[in-house]
Design a protein around this ligand. Structure first.
Ligand code: GLA
Length: 778
């Protein structure tokens, strides 16, 4: 709800209040952001008191020696009027100076969301406040938009700059958010990484000076995700003040956190000013991407829940909004480029038998794409691989009872392609320099209309011809040599690229809401809210090693729900790490996302086939909870444990993944906590899982009564057809006891195998199912 009382603007969500004041000079002050205030509380009490003159400051008014912009908590700020912190803007004004003085001009409140022309906006907001600021010297306006999403405790912010004067204004920096908070010994948490190690969570104290979280690769990037947290020093998963920020944008992003000498912390977030410059001609306007923020006093899980609900409700749209996602088989790690119709059909048949629902044909099906040096750009079926064409092949897949999905990388071109030979000018490159390649490819210039039309036409015609129901949209290199022959001003390049991308995605997928789009950028190189407005799920990482996924998916879970994360079970040792992990752990990690399999099924043993069939049946039974349940990261006091829990909306069923990274000798007993349940009695049980006897090697003598050569033929044959039962526990108790934590059976320490000994070892895991007792059971 938005309430305005003359000099203050109050934005309430279900659990938070955001308060903005207007000073006597017309500047916007940031007054409060935190837990919901009582109706009677107003800006007068909560506003910062200004009663001393601070030496060496510059004062906004000659008559007022306590009004220095530098010492205020502001909601927006200028350059050159005495505030020396990082400004949300840098405009070159018609007089050639960089000095601006934007003050309050008016405001409006409207019901719902105010959409943008070219950028995606979160949908279904409750109310929107627009506060207009005007520069004192020129008719240049800044509209600050605030949209309130009450139930999910999110407020979004964005800015529109309008030039109503006669001269152009050069925008060198324009943020979507600026606000100053009093310091709470904040810690800043960011998601950093790179290819196959995306979204690792890092924490650093907010210290004096500026900390920047940004991307310059042309995408939101795997280096630094746009999302970040500011948390009070003592906050943990369940307690403490936490602010979360994110941005609905897939290009170069930029956030700063600056602590000044008065211990105020400025937060700015927006398009990266790096290589950015936008000339705003008279009568033109510039829209910034929408940014979102959320507050919770319930620790990190609190802001995560707000952000998860917000994404499921207000970001994801189209036919797959809140819809359960299919279990897929992707052929990439099975075949890479080396396949033919026979191999694909065999894989699909095997997949169907295991319970898979969607078959995805990855890279390599078109043009001369027998390796990654050729073919990108030519989306015509390679007749050597699929002689009867895509439609006939897709029909064969559908006749098996599977849906059919296809991979594209439409933003790219190989020099060795028909497209490049006929249209070399479609690629991004400079006329006077040799081009640099990434994965042997160039990026297409999405700022050009003819390129956008080409992509829309090529992709759409295959989608319609083969009745494709899922698309994996890839983007496998960073942008370099930013230059477009159609632009007068190259400072617009990166933003125009993203506008072009959003246009293409809208034109292809808006008329085809039945298609599930999974976006990908060498894994999670473009995992952001902008892409989620078009693709309900994103391929998290090319790293399918579950132990790496524990870090990556944990990192993403701070901001993004499980329904957005593509997660696959692959072969071990893993392609990316050479690590050997149990099949059960690969499955348990992938369960907390949109499950898929990505391996050559023909090499599975009969026992592994049974195992995977049971896994898939189990996932189907609880899919809604895995994809849409309330997700908790459970604190463990042991550094070798990762515990994830997801709870059904009615709080009567919970699923807990209990993961061990490295085993330690004679480890103390483990406790399992299950939280977020309603009051009552529950039964908790271990999901039955197989123990492959090969895992024991020479230790097999502890486990079976007969002597076996650990490397012998009998052992290998036995491993194909038999497995042991892993420890299964069942307890019945109250939700209070579960929240306190119940001790589990002890782990194997070499003194013998029994069914009551948990056999985790390195990288082992268990899944626990907690269900409310029914009246009959009581
Ligand atoms: C990228 C993706 C992979 C796969 C390959 C195909 O690396 O992240 O999942 O699709 O491209 O070339």
């Amino acid at each position: 709800m938005i309430t305005i009382d003359g000099t203050s603007f109050r934005l309430d969500t279900d659990c938070t209040t955001y308060l903005i004041g207007k000073t006597k000079y017309g500047h916007l002050e940031h007054i409060y952001y935190g837990n919901l205030l009582s109706k009677e509380d107003g800006a007068d009490v909560l506003a910062q008191k200004r009663s001393i003159m601070v030496g060496s400051s510059v004062f906004y008014s000659r008559e007022d020696d306590v009004y220095s912009l530098d010492g205020m908590c502001l909601e927006w700020s200028d350059n050159g009027r005495g505030d020396y912190r990082h400004s949300p803007t840098e405009f070159k004004m018609p007089d050639g100076s960089f000095v601006t003085d934007f003050i309050y001009e008016g405001h409006e409140v409207q019901e719902g969301t105010a959409s943008m022309e070219a950028l995606p906006t979160a949908c279904g907001g409750d109310q929107t406040l627009k506060i207009t600021l005007k520069d004192k010297a020129y008719p240049i306006f800044i509209d600050l938009y605030y949209t309130v999403f009450e139930r999910t405790n999110v407020i979004s912010r964005r800015v529109v700059v309008r030039n109503e004067g006669h001269d152009p204004v050069t925008i060198r920096r324009i943020m979507s958010i600026s606000m100053d908070l009093p310091d709470e010994r904040f810690q800043m948490y960011t998601l950093d990484g790179g290819w196959i190690k995306e979204a690792n969570l890092h924490k650093r104290p907010v210290s004096y000076g500026i900390t920047i979280n940004s991307s310059t690769t042309g995408a939101s990037s795997n280096r630094h995700n746009p999302a970040f947290l500011l948390a009070e020093a003592d906050a943990n998963e369940d307690y403490g003040s936490v602010y979360a920020f994110n941005m609905i944008y897939s290009g170069n992003h930029y956030s700063i956190v600056e602590k000044n000498e008065r211990d105020y912390v400025r937060i700015c977030m927006g398009i990266n000013p790096h290589m950015f410059e936008w000339i705003l001609s008279p009568e033109e306007k510039f829209e910034t991407p929408e940014c979102v923020m959320s507050y919770s006093s319930q620790g990190f899980n609190g802001t995560s829940h707000n952000m998860h609900d917000f994404i499921n409700e207000h970001i994801v749209r189209g036919g797959y909004k809140k819809k359960e996602r299919p279990i897929l088989l992707n052929n990439w790690e099975a075949h890479f480029f080396d396949f033919n119709e026979g191999k694909l059909l065999r894989l699909a048949r095997d997949a169907k038998k295991l319970g898979i629902e969607l078959f995805v044909l990855d890279d390599g099906w078109f043009g001369g794409r027998d390796h990654d040096k050729a073919g990108l750009g030519d989306y015509r079926v390679n007749p050597k691989k699929l002689p009867d064409g895509m439609k006939v092949f897709a029909d064969k897949i559908r006749n098996m009872g599977l849906d059919f999905g296809l991979w594209f990388e439409p933003e790219m071109v190989n020099e060795d392609s028909e497209l490049y030979r006929s249209h070399p000018e479609y690629a991004i490159k400079l006329p006077n320099r040799h081009s640099v390649l990434g994965r042997n490819q160039l990026v297409l210039d999405l700022g050009k209309k003819e390129v956008r039309d080409y992509i829309v036409e090529q992709v759409s015609s295959i989608l319609d011809e083969a009745k494709v129901s899922y698309v994996k949209w890839d983007m496998n290199r960073h942008i370099a040599e930013a230059f477009s022959a159609v632009l007068q001003n190259q400072g617009e390049f990166y933003h125009r690229y993203i506008l072009g991308l959003y246009e293409v995605l809208t034109r292809i997928f808006e008329p085809r809401p039945h298609i599930l789009l999974e976006s990908c950028s060498s894994g999670g190189n473009r995992f952001d809210l902008g892409m989620l407005c078009y693709s309900p799920q994103i391929w998290v990482s090319d790293d399918t090693d579950p132990i790496e996924r524990l870090k990556i998916q944990t990192g993403l879970s701070y901001f993004y729900p499980q329904s957005t994360m593509g997660a696959h079970v692959s072969q071990a040792p893993h392609q990316q790490t050479l690590r050997e992990t149990p099949l059960a752990t690969r499955f348990h990690a992938a369960c907390f996302g949109c499950l898929g399999y990505e391996l050559d099924l023909k090499y599975l043993t009969p026992e592994q086939r049974k195992d995977i069939t049971e896994q898939i049946a189990f996932y189907k039974q609880y899919r809604e909870i895995f994809q849409y349940g309330r997700f908790y990261r459970i604190k463990s006091y042991k550094s070798n444990k990762v515990i994830w829990e997801t709870v059904r909306e009615d709080k009567e069923t919970a699923l807990t993944g209990f993961f061990q990274t490295l085993a330690t000798a004679a480890e103390s007993s483990d406790k399992l906590k299950v939280i977020g349940l309603k009051k009552g009695r529950f039964t908790i049980r271990t999901r039955p899982q197989k123990l492959y006897i090969q895992r024991f090697g020479g230790l097999i003598k502890h486990v079976v009564p007969v002597e076996l050569n650990p490397d012998g033929i009998i052992m290998r044959a036995a491993n194909r057809h038999y497995s042991l039962k892993d420890c299964e526990e069942t307890y019945t108790c109250s939700s209070e006891a579960l929240a306190a934590g119940i001790p589990l059976c002890e782990q194997f320490i070499g003194t013998g195998y029994r069914e009551s000994v948990r056999m985790l070892g390195d990288f082992g895991s268990n899944m626990y199912i907690t269900e409310k007792e029914s009246e009959q059971q009581r």
